[in-house]
Design a protein around this ligand. Structure first.
Ligand code: ADP
Length: 453
């Protein structure tokens, strides 16, 4: 809206132009003739009209591509001066809000880019408009080179394309990506009338955990089923043989039932040991465990277990040393290794428990000259319930959890377990503790052999 002052000024300029035309007409008319005077007045008016029309033509072409730079000098007077001033102000406003919008969009894109979930923006015709880095990695696409391509066509023949084309977006779909390497939860969200966004969430780890949990439950059930079947079987026999209230069982049956019950209780205590290790905070690093006492106590228990079938010796090449950590956990891990060595070394074999300094840390090892392990099994030995020879493990009272326990204990102490083995030659299982776990001094009252778990 023009202010009253501007209106007055604009009217003044129009009046001035009319006066200029009239003045030119009068002066020329008086000087020459009436006809020349009218021609001069009309010429002046035509000039002013041309000026207005040329500015109107400029305005129309400017509106096609409005830019701040294209607006003429602000010094222009009259109604066009006001028009240009208004144009400049509105253009400045528009450019400011465009800048604001662009900044906001950049901020949103940056936020979307940093999301761990994949985000793919599409137009209504499924054309890829933009995607973030996570989407590129998860779906194996390139935002740059695939922009404008149809997303269902990009994933033609895959579960993702089926999900997109099925049109049932109320529920997400679980799809495999990158040749089955990843499990993704894909969800399509339609917003506005034209835009769609595909969000993908990496479920690989959760899926693997679920699979592990399922396997674990299946393994535990399987391990418990055999002894329970044996016990149940004998109880049924007793029931049928005894009749009435009398229950009679042969001694050998009772012995077998006791053995199977023992197996179940070992399995349950190993399971509890594992779950305790997983549930507890990492052991304190300020309780030194005396290596010499530890080895001595494990040695005597190992000899009792072996009952003279193998020769069990100790070597303490590393001299006196203390490890900071949980005495009961380290003892239980070492005892698992000694018990394995006894179970997998034939009569007359040798077992050596010792420790040395290696790779800047402490290496506590159990070596045997027993049956050894084929190389393909070694990477999987610390998995729960993984056994090379199932029946040998069960016959010797194994649960398949011993090495998993050792692995957990070592992880909790910042170390690892190292396995070297040669079939028919023997094996060396080493618990490697990092240098930070070594204690320079023995703390008073910590010298006793640590208690079992
Ligand atoms: P298990 O209770 O079956 O012994 P572990 O987790 O302690 O379970 O060991 C896993 C598997 O590793 C065993 O079943 C066995 O096949 C193999 N193993 C472990 N220690 C030895 C060893 N000292 N010599 C040969 N094989 C071994």
């Amino acid at each position: 809206m023009l202010s009253p002052r501007e209106r007055l000024e604009a009217a003044g300029w129009v009046a001035l132009m009319a006066a200029a035309a009239a003045f030119a007409g009068v002066v020329i008319g008086f000087s020459y003739s009436l006809a020349w005077g009218i021609a001069a007045a009309l010429g002046c008016t035509a000039f002013f009209l041309l000026l207005y029309v040329s500015r109107l033509i400029w305005l129309i072409s400017w509106l096609d591509a409005p830019s701040l730079d294209g607006i003429p000098d602000p010094d222009i007077k009259g109604i066009w001066g006001f028009a240009f001033e208004r144009l400049r102000l509105s253009r400045q406003k528009a450019e400011k809000s465009t800048r604001k919008l662009k900044n906001r969009e950049t901020r949103y894109r940056r936020t979307l880019s940093s999301l761990p979930d994949g985000v793919v923006l599409m137009k209504s015709d499924w054309k890829l408009d933009w995607c973030n880095v996570a989407a590129e990695e998860q779906l194996g696409i390139s935002c740059e080179s695939d922009r404008g391509r149809s997303v269902p066509e990009l994933f033609e023949g895959s579960a993702l394309a089926d999900y997109l084309l099925a049109g049932r977006f109320e529920k997400p779909a679980l799809i495999a990506a990158r040749g089955g390497e990843l499990s993704l939860e894909a969800r399509l969200i339609v917003f506005g009338r034209k835009n769609m966004v595909l969000v993908t969430h990496d479920m690989t780890e959760r899926e693997q955990l679920d699979a592990m949990r399922r396997d674990f439950v299946a393994n535990v059930s399987h391990e418990l089923r055999t002894p329970l079947t044996v016990v149940n079987g004998f109880l049924e026999i007793a029931d049928m043989a005894g009749g009435g209230d009398t229950v009679t069982l042969e001694r050998s049956h009772l012995e077998l039932m006791r053995e199977q019950a023992g197996r179940m209780s070992v399995l349950v205590s190993d399971l509890l040991a594992l779950s305790r290790l997983e549930g507890k905070a990492d052991p304190e690093a300020d309780a030194p465990v005396d290596m010499a006492f530890l080895i001595e106590s494990v040695l005597s228990e190992g000899r009792a277990l072996s009952a003279g079938r193998q020769e069990i010796t100790a070597s303490a090449e590393g001299g006196p040393a203390w490890i900071r950590g949980s005495g009961s956990e380290i003892r239980s891990a070492l005892m698992n290794l000694v018990s394995n060595a006894v179970r997998y070394t034939p009569e007359g074999g040798h077992i050596r428990v010792g420790w040395e300094r290696r790779d800047g840390g402490l290496a506590l090892s159990v070596a045997d000259d027993g049956i050894g392990i084929e190389p393909q099994h070694i990477p999987r030995l610390t998995e729960r319930f993984y056994r090379v020879d199932k029946s040998r493990s069960r016959d010797t009272g194994g649960t398949g959890l011993g090495l998993a326990i050792v692995k957990h204990v070592m992880l909790r102490h910042g170390g690892r377990i190292d396995i070297a083995s040669e079939p028919g030659q023997g094996s060396v299982f080493t618990m490697l503790f990092p240098a930070e776990r070594e204690s320079a001094e023995q703390k008073p009252g910590q010298a006793e052999a640590p208690a079992g778990p």
